[in-house]
Design a protein around this ligand. Structure first.
Ligand SMILES: [Cu+2]
Length: 109
């Protein structure tokens, strides 16, 4: 019985690797707190996802990559989050629409 399981394990692992494709892709969290993105500067690998979490008591914010999106995205209210997966290399500055002094940069390598 054990042998059968072992024989199945390798192909199953291979299939799951192929299906997922980005098994090595990571998720990074940027917290939004006291009108700051923490960390403001973040370097990630191609295919990684960044999740911004608003951990303020009552202040809403958003995450606006003006070079990528013409329209301002929706607000992120406390306990809400916003996420983006980066499939292009480069430097991507962003800001908070309601508070343009809040800025950050995602560097994708
Ligand atoms: Cu803001």
């Amino acid at each position: 019985m054990k042998k059968i399981i072992n024989k199945l394990a390798a192909p199953l692992l291979l299939i799951s690797l192929l299906v997922c494709g980005n098994v090595l892709a990571k998720e990074h969290v940027v917290e939004i707190y006291k009108k700051k993105f923490i960390p403001a500067e973040l370097t990630i690998n191609l295919g990684d996802t960044v999740i911004w979490k608003n951990i303020e008591k009552r202040q809403y914010h958003n995450v606006w990559f003006q070079q990528l999106f013409k329209e301002e995205p929706e607000y992120i209210f406390p306990d809400e989050s916003y996420q983006l997966t980066f499939n292009d290399k480069g430097e991507f500055p962003y800001l908070c629409g309601p508070h343009p002094k809040m800025t950050g940069t995602i560097t994708v390598k």
